[in-house]
Each structure stands twice: as structure tokens, then as C-alpha cells.
Design a protein around this ligand. Sequence first.
Ligand SMILES: [Zn+2]
Length: 363
Amino acid sequence: MLSISPETIFRGNNAWEKSLPQITNLTKSPLILGRSIHTDNLRNKIFKDLKNQKLDANSVNLKFDCCYEDISRIKKIILKNNHDSIIAAGGGKVLDSGKYIAECLDIPCITVPLSASTCAGWTALSNIYTKNGKFIKDVALRSCPKILVYDHKFIQTAPLRTLASGIADALAKWYESSITSSKIDDGLVQQAIQISRVLRDQLLIDGKKAFKGEFENNPSWPNTIEACGLTAGLVGGIGGEKCRTAAAHAIHNAITQIITPNKFLHGEIVGVGLLLQLRLEEFKNNNKLADQSIKQLLVLMKELNLPTTIAELGINVFENQNLDKIADFTLRDESEIHFLPFEISKHDLVEVIANFEQQKIKI
Ligand SMILES: [Zn+2]
């Protein structure tokens, strides 16, 4: 079964206002789900607009992450108040929680991404974490959200760091899907991989210009946020589970197992995982172009102020057996790293990560 896209997508400036008639038709008593205090203003606007439509809206925030504790607390609130939909307005963790809870309760989910940090507003997938942010697993959902509202005016208010994170996550689509699935004899999968290649090229060209923080007369900005929030989701939708994540996300999941004082965004960690995946391809799969790709990515990542080593994510791999912990989690049986078309031993992975962290890579 393919869940290619949300049923309806509103995009551009004032997409939220344009979506109101359809939302009003779909739901009478929505629960608005959020998390960050920085986006309270936007959720207050959403709440007021829904009230003006005579909807019986209510609002609740995640306390932690997309975790079972928050999920069961919010499920109870919905059942107690008879809410008939969820409007998830926030970043990836909020969108993933909203989609997951809506599916459990068989009510529609409306996603309103408030940054370009991930494509979670689009996809039929939720990543589940512990309360303190350790990755547990991803869950495939029956369908994409009912309505996706990708309002550029909302996304303009997000910190630029979220845009950089979204770019790194979207770039990973090509490097991960092309290595895991390029030999799959399925036209749709091949087309999805090619979309991810064009997506990568556009991000390499437009990413830096979009990152300037200028929204007017800067076509790179809408193109880039839509590449991160929409096209990246479409690649997963068309490619399905065959267009899989690989080492970059597997390493991301392992890095989240180590709790650090400063939290990093999903794409910031995936970006480091992507560089490590390319090193693995170079050493274990004789990929002669990997070094070129790393240099090309590093130029953009530095321009976007993205972390480029695990140390820059606040983790010293040479302390507290961190290297062991990252390698073990990356290589566990259910890890996406096993979708790579070559074998990796713990020794290989430890060596690649240790070398990577020790050497200062020259651009
Ligand atoms: Zn991702």
C-alpha cells in the first residue's frame, strides 16, 4: 500500500486562511497540539481563527517529545472532551505525535508545520522517542495527514537554524535512497530516487541563498522550504518503504541515545550521519566519488552553520564508551544500516567514526 501524499495541501502565503473553509467542513471540535513557547503566538492565532469559525477548539502542548507518556496523556484529553480532529502545529515532534494519536483514535489529522525543519507534515510515518529524546522506533501509519497547511508566513517566523536542519534532512534523501534502492527494478522507486536527486541539486544551488533570512524577492527561499517540507515527503510517498533511509538515519538514531545538555535538531544530527555514511561507502564499498560528495556537502554545511562532527553535537566519542554505544545501536538487528548493499562490522564502524572525529577535514 502506498500513502503518497496528504489528501489536500494548502501552500504559500496565507495558506492557513485559505484552508479554513475546508477545516470547518471537516471538524467541529479540533484539538490544537503544539510544544514550543516560541510558537505560542501562532497557535493563539490558529485558536482564535477557529473560534471565529464557531468551532469548539481547544489547545494542549507536548511536555516532552513524541513519546508514549505524552501520547497517552493527550489521547485521554481527546476522549474526555470528544475532540473530532487534531491540528498539529509545530515542528517534527509535534507533527509526528499528532499523526500517531489521530491514527490511534481514528480521527483526522491536520498538519500545520511551523518550520521547514522536516517533512513530517507530509509523511505517513511517526518517529517515537523516549521522554528525554532517545530514538525508539519509527511507525508506519495507514495514511498521510488529511490536510497539510504549509503557510509560508508561519514558516518565516521560525529560527534559521530550523531551515538548515531541514536542508540537511532533505539532502539525505538522495544519498540514502540511491544507495539502498538504485538496483530495485520498480519504476516508481526509480522515479522517486530521481526526484531526490533533483531535490539535492536544488538545495545545493539554492540552500545558501535561502539561508540569508531574506524572504522578499528571494525565490530561493520558498523553493527551499518547499523542497524540505513538501518534496522530501513526496519522495518517501512515491518510493514507499523501498526508498529507504540508510546509514545517515541509523547513525542519527544512535547519537540520540547519548543525552547531552544542548538538544540538537533532527536534521542537524542526520547531516553528521550523512557525512559518516559517505565515509563508510568510501572505505567499504569503494565509492570513489564519496570524498568529492563529502567536500561538496561540507562547503554547504559550513555556510548553513550546521554541525559537521559528532563533537560539534556536544559528544566526545572517546569518553564514556560513547563510541561503543553509538556503534552498537547503529548496528542493532532492526537498524536501517543493514539496508546498505555491503556488510559493516562493528570494527569497521568504530574505525570510520574514530578517524572521522580525529581528522580535521579540509575543504
Ligand atoms: Zn529525517
